[in-house]
Ligand binder design. Structure first.
Ligand code: UDP
Length: 409
């Protein structure tokens, strides 16, 4: 195994005796969104979650897992920078296939729309193993935008056998694409599980008294904002800072070498700007809750911010989360300096609205998605075992009568 890119494997899965569910994690958001499922499976105890850190963002995943008190069972070697997405996907797929062959899982769970999720789904399908897609069915109207996320999630939908959709529109998208309705379940988004738990630990609601909010939280990492868009967005932020000198900008800079140097070059040392390393989840959410405004192209932030009561400007042309727009907290803005500045000043002047409550009416669920997905997995694996047992029973039985044989197993 070590020669095939496996850096560490804690326990051979077969000694445990329970059906194994391999949970593939490659990036921070996948990690945050799979923790509730890992915990739910561990608590329930009828399936054995085996967590693999794919090596895509190995250190980041390690840190996030540690912050939730979790450690991967298997760690693959850090994925080196490769010439193309295709080369990276092939490398990951080969490594994950080796893990799947060794672990013989009953199911492989992938989350969202990352390289890891796609490579994991492909590796599972190659090995003849069933794929479960968490956060299934998010779509924009263009396969190229955002790229490669939209392409990955559409491909994963064709490989998956169980689709855990976070929202009503995600269910509709899958049904429109012809996915068997019996295999699509609206579970809510596991991100809300983590958020609900975290917010529940805050004794004081959030950390800013009304009227004292003077921070803007910024994140930027999407491919569509790697190039000139990053410059335009940074220039807009500088203008907002000049027009509202009391504001402070907290900007955790994504480590991606395509985006980080550009941002640092434009904003490092500028008055009002704190460029920091990616923040621990708890600290980031706390900062987001206390902020007057968020400017972010992140998907996860669109789901979280309405529950924190903080408005978000999303410098993108579309979103796969239309429900977030419908909450009124999230607004798309084109990456144009004037437009962005005007939208920010308007948002900063608007009265603060109360956060969206965590309940069944919330667009991404009430915060119990991990348990729901664990239940679905248990039922799915149990149904398969039952079916296999019946088949074995049938093949051990005397030859079937023609009538019975016609019905089949
Ligand atoms: N996040 C974090 N630290 C940061 C920035 C974001 O923990 O410095 C969290 C955020 O709360 C959300 C997730 O990371 O849960 C979003 O990740 P990201 O923006 O990288 O990816 P996306 O959601 O766009 O896939």
């Amino acid at each position: 195994m070590a020669s095939r890119g496996v850096a560490r494997m804690d326990a051979p899965p077969t000694v445990i005796g329970l059906p194994v569910v391999l949970i593939v994690v490659g990036t921070r958001p996948e990690c945050i969104k799979l923790v509730p499922l890992i915990r739910a499976l561990r608590e329930r105890g009828s399936l054995r979650p085996l967590v693999v850190n794919s090596g895509q963002h190995r250190e980041g995943v390690r840190e996030v897992m540690a912050s939730f008190g979790i450690r991967a069972d298997i760690e693959l070697e850090a994925l080196p920078p490769l010439a193309s997405l295709r080369a990276a996907s092939d490398r990951l797929r080969e490594r994950l296939r080796a893990v799947i062959d060794a672990a013989a899982p009953a199911r492989v769970v992938v989350q969202g729309d990352t390289l890891t999720a796609y490579a994991g789904a492909r590796a599972a399908a190659d090995a003849g193993c069933r794929v479960v897609h968490v956060e299934a069915g998010l779509r924009t109207d263009s396969v190229k935008d955002p790229f490669p996320e939209e392409w990955f999630r559409r491909r994963i939908a064709r490989l998956a056998e169980l689709h855990c959709a976070p929202s009503a529109s995600a269910v509709d998208n899958l049904l429109r694409e012809g996915v068997d309705p019996a295999r699509v379940h609206r579970t809510g988004n596991t991100a809300i599980d983590c958020l609900r738990e975290l917010v529940g630990t805050w004794a004081d609601g959030d950390s800013a008294a009304p009227g004292t909010r003077n921070t803007v939280v910024v994140t930027l990492h999407r491919r569509e904002n790697w190039g000139g868009n990053a410059d335009v967005i940074c220039d807009a932020l500088l203008e907002i800072a000049a027009r509202r000198p009391a504001l402070r900008f907290t900007f955790p800079v994504h480590p991606n070498p395509r985006v980080a140097p550009r941002i640092r070059e434009r904003l490092e040392g500028k008055r009002g700007f704190d460029l920091v390393a990616p923040m621990a989840y708890g600290a980031f959410v706390r900062a987001a809750a206390a902020a007057a405004l968020i400017v972010s192209d992140s998907g996860g932030v669109q789901e979280e911010a309405p529950h924190l009561g903080t408005p978000v400007l999303v410098p993108r042309t579309n979103t796969e989360r239309p429900e977030a727009l419908a909450t009124g907290f999230v607004r798309l803005v084109v990456a144009d300096r004037e437009h962005l500045v005007a939208a920010a000043l308007t948002a900063l002047a608007a009265p603060r609205r109360p956060p969206l409550p965590f309940d069944d009416a919330a667009p991404f669920g009430a915060g119990d998605a991990g348990r729901r997905i664990a239940e679905l997995l248990e039922a799915d694996v149990a149904a398969e075992s039952h079916c296999l047992a019946e088949r074995r029973h049938d093949s051990a039985a005397p030859p079937a009568s023609p009538a019975r044989a016609a019905v089949g197993p």
